[in-house]
Design a binder for this molecule. Structure first.
Ligand code: KMH
Ligand code: ZN
Length: 289
């Protein structure tokens, strides 16, 4: 465990129900419409989630940053549940940076903020320093709490540099999500997770981890053991596990949340309520401009 963060008594579970990479044609159970994402968010809240990380899809189920559609999706989710609403500013690898910045206009509670460029399978997920700073400042101006996404150990040095130069984000808390197992980023292993936790800047107040693909369960169990929170969802894994006939597909996001909640509860760190997650992220005392 990190030398400066106490092991939390509960576990904040974030659900990432959709993402930008999986195709609806390949994964028919993937929620993509505003109504489906909202309904999925509601059952995930009942299963133990406290926050939802949203990627928006258009009427053809393709990733989009079209602002009216983003607003429509946020409104549907807010109507259906009380989860903390986090919008992705990563979008898809093909999205331009100005459109990624513009999603803040949809007024989420939180936004993802990735700390560096990383190979992403055969593509490149672009996050140059200038964009990182611009997004940080824009989120602070709009009183939106960033979640710092870390795909590789060196990105924690970028976080340190950012916080040392720019100060604290909106809400005065610093929450980091370790995104592990992306082809091109750090591996989804306990060793890599422990190395990241040891390298968290002093300003960090909480962290979670996300295991992509087959690293989903190793990262989940390592994060719980090391005092971290969790992100799960069909953005990150569409395979539930190995069955006698081969890989078993994930049936729903709520199943992933319920399994994470079960494991966390067994490990004496049951799911965190939404109100407590809002406190953790600095949202409770945050006054919207
Ligand atoms: N879809 C990836 C290229 C985020 O949401 O901020 C980026 C991503 C990270 O999913
Ligand atoms: Zn995402």
């Amino acid at each position: 465990m990190s030398r400066f963060l106490a092991r939390p008594a509960t576990t904040m579970i974030t659900v990432a129900p959709t993402g930008a990479e999986n195709r609806r044609a390949d994964v028919p159970q993937l929620p993509t419409t505003p109504e489906e994402i909202a309904a999925e968010a509601a059952v995930c809240e009942a299963a133990g989630a406290a926050m939802v990380h949203i990627h928006v899809r258009d009427a053809d189920h393709a990733p989009t940053l079209d602002l009216p559609r983003v607003r429509e999706t946020v409104a549907a989710v807010r109507e259906a549940c009380s989860l903390v609403v986090q919008l992705s500013t990563g979008g898809s690898v093909h999205d331009p940076m100005d459109a990624r910045l513009a999603v803040l206009d949809a007024e989420p509670d939180s936004c993802s903020l990735t700390l560096g460029t990383v190979n992403f399978g055969d593509d490149v997920f672009m996050n140059p320093w200038g964009f990182v700073v611009e997004l940080f400042r824009a989120s602070r101006d709009r009183r939106i709490v960033p979640e710092f996404e870390v795909f590789d150990l060196g990105q924690l040095s970028t976080l340190r540099r950012l916080l040392d130069r720019e100060g604290l984000p909106a809400g005065d808390q610093v929450h980091v999500d370790l995104v592990m197992g992306v082809p091109g980023g750090m591996p989804g292993t306990a060793d890599a997770l422990v190395a990241c936790v040891a390298a968290l800047p002093e300003q960090v107040t909480s962290w979670s981890a996300t295991g992509i693909g087959r690293s989903h369960l190793p990262v989940l169990s390592a994060a719980l053991s090391a005092g971290g929170h969790l992100r799960v969802g069909m953005e990150d894994t569409v395979v539930w596990g190995r069955g006698p006939e081969g890989p078993v597909p994930v049936a729903s996001n709520a199943d992933l949340v319920a399994r994470a909640a079960r494991v966390a509860t067994e490990l004496q760190r049951p799911p965190m309520a939404v109100a407590a997650a809002r406190d953790l992220l600095g949202l409770t005392s945050l006054q919207r401009a």
